[in-house]
Write a protein that binds this ligand. Structure first.
Ligand code: NDP
Length: 451
């Protein structure tokens, strides 16, 4: 089956891509294996040099890459261009730090000399989603390749143009052939690739279902996997919060990228005494969203990426209303253009509370008090990136530790930042991306003991 890129805003086909034949996949696997031998023999400093070119190339071409993302998955051009810039920032972070992270670490023992060496594993398969078509790829590829691995990208079926543009970018920046390749394959063919002996590990960002299936295959082959799956994260607003800032940030966190972000604030949990004011403020911010053509500068929200994703978010909203939630805004839809929705009176047991919602749907959940707010926050199968709003630093420190999530951002927008680890607990996945932790996921942490 060919892969189709369709502009979600216009619904016009952009391009159809033929999938790689079994022979082509075999050629790419062979090439990856061959490339690994030479690439891994370079020093970290030599590999870093390539990423200086990548950073410059990304910055120079952000308009072109931004337009490609916007056309294929509908995020606003402004968001897409800042995503390209973020990839360049990620390069610069590892350019500055990777040598320190990967340096041998001397350990004091009774041996004459003992140390830890960090050595690459080989070709790593990266299964990536469409919601951040560049950033998701680069946040694996920068540390992964600098550590000496080579990358095989299986991108989401609706962003094949981005997949090929990223492959071409590495070629244009002078990377040796085979160090980074895109595989245009259907997800049903991934199992065979992952089972291939030349593929040493896998990283996946996507749904729970895809993650469970890929991790099961990796497990059956005793291969390392890193999973960054969905979230249904809480944004907790306590009575002493700066409500103006909290409401503005909460709306941005939920609605950016048309609500299609794993770390979006999916459940606003608000203390009863401030709930009305907070809700009114969020409602006003939602009313201010300008939906439309994502290529236009004044548009602040584009369409969702595919019609089935629009169907799903509509279902989740409608079901929650039937279960007793109250719709304060939204409800209209034109194909992939879904009007931003705000639901009040959401409770555990309702769809919008229990499921991950991947679209422009904000929900308000009332908490009796602070302990109730934390209980509700943790009443989820997910645990990726939460937020907490309070002006009391002691309370912030105590409660941030109680929230079950891979990250908690206090009085700030929850986001991925190359300097700090990114990843989840519970069904949000395991392993970490970014920071020192991320570059050490796909290495052999080797002990060398010399008497
Ligand atoms: P998927 O998880 O299906 O897709 C993510 C990536 O995984 C794609 O490259 C996809 O390929 C691939 N994939 C899917 N199934 C398998 C499989 N069995 N084996 C190997 N690779 C596989 O996400 P969807 O696009 O269908 O979105 C559905 C939901 O997933 C969203 O509503 C959201 O809840 C969640 N999601 C979470 C993301 C996050 O950032 N954590 C990102 C995207 C989605 P292909 O496109 O070819 O199917």
């Amino acid at each position: 089956m060919p892969l189709h890129s369709i502009n979600p805003y216009t619904q016009k086909p952009i391009k159809t891509y033929r999938t790689d034949s079994p022979n082509a996949v075999e050629r790419k696997l062979k090439q990856a294996d061959k490339a690994f031998a030479d690439w891994s023999a370079l020093s970290v400093r030599e590999r870093i040099e390539y990423f200086r070119k990548v950073a410059a190339h990304l910055t120079d071409n952000k308009q072109r890459y931004g337009e490609l993302m916007t056309a294929e998955m509908g995020k606003t051009l402004k968001e897409a261009m800042s995503e390209v810039e973020k990839c360049a920032t990620g390069c610069n972070y590892y350019i500055d730090n990777a040598e320190t992270f990967l340096a041998d670490q001397s350990i004091k023992t009774e041996a004459r000399r003992s140390f830890i060496a960090y050595q690459p594993l080989g070709p790593v398969l990266a299964i990536m989603p469409w919601n951040f078509p560049f950033w998701q790829v680069f946040r694996f590829a920068i540390p992964g390749l600098i550590a000496g691995n080579v990358g095989l990208l299986k991108h989401a079926a609706n962003v094949s143009g981005c997949a090929l543009a990223i492959e071409e970018l590495f070629t244009n920046c002078g990377f040796p052939e085979g160090v980074f390749q895109s595989l245009l394959v259907e997800s049903k063919n991934v199992e065979g690739i992952l089972k291939d002996k030349r593929v040493k590990a896998v990283t996946l960002t996507g749904s729970e279902k895809a993650g469970a299936s890929v991790a099961a295959t990796a497990g059956s082959q005793i291969k390392k996997s890193v999973l960054e799956l969905g979230g249904s994260d809480a944004l907790v607003v306590l009575a002493d919060a700066d409500l103006a800032k909290a409401a503005e940030t909460a709306t941005r966190s939920r609605m950016q990228n048309a609500g299609q972000s794993c770390i979006a604030a999916k459940r606003f949990i608000v203390e009863k005494s401030v709930k009305k004011e907070f809700t009114d403020r969020v409602l006003q911010h939602i009313r201010d969203i300008r939906q439309g053509d994502p290529m236009q500068e004044n548009t602040t929200m584009g369409p969702v990426a595919r019609p089935d994703l629009a169907d799903e978010i509509e279902r989740q909203c409608a079901e929650s209303v039937r279960q007793g939630a109250r719709l304060l805004h939204g409800g209209e839809r034109d194909n992939c253009n879904v009007q931003p929705m705000l639901l009040d009176k959401v409770k555990p047991g309702m769809t919008a509370f229990d499921e991950e919602t991947f679209g422009p749907l904000a929900v308000i959940i009332e908490a009796r008090d602070e302990p109730d707010a934390i209980k509700l926050a943790n009443q989820s199968n997910y645990g990726l990136g939460s937020a907490l709003w309070t002006q009391d630093p002691e309370k912030a420190d105590r409660l941030a530790r109680q929230i079950q999530a891979g990250s908690v951002f206090v009085n700030s927008l929850m986001r991925s930042d190359p300097r700090v680890p990114f990843g989840g607990i519970k069904v949000s996945g395991f392993g970490r991306e970014l920071s020192e932790a991320g570059i050490k996921e796909f290495v052999n942490i080797k002990t060398v003991w010399m008497e």
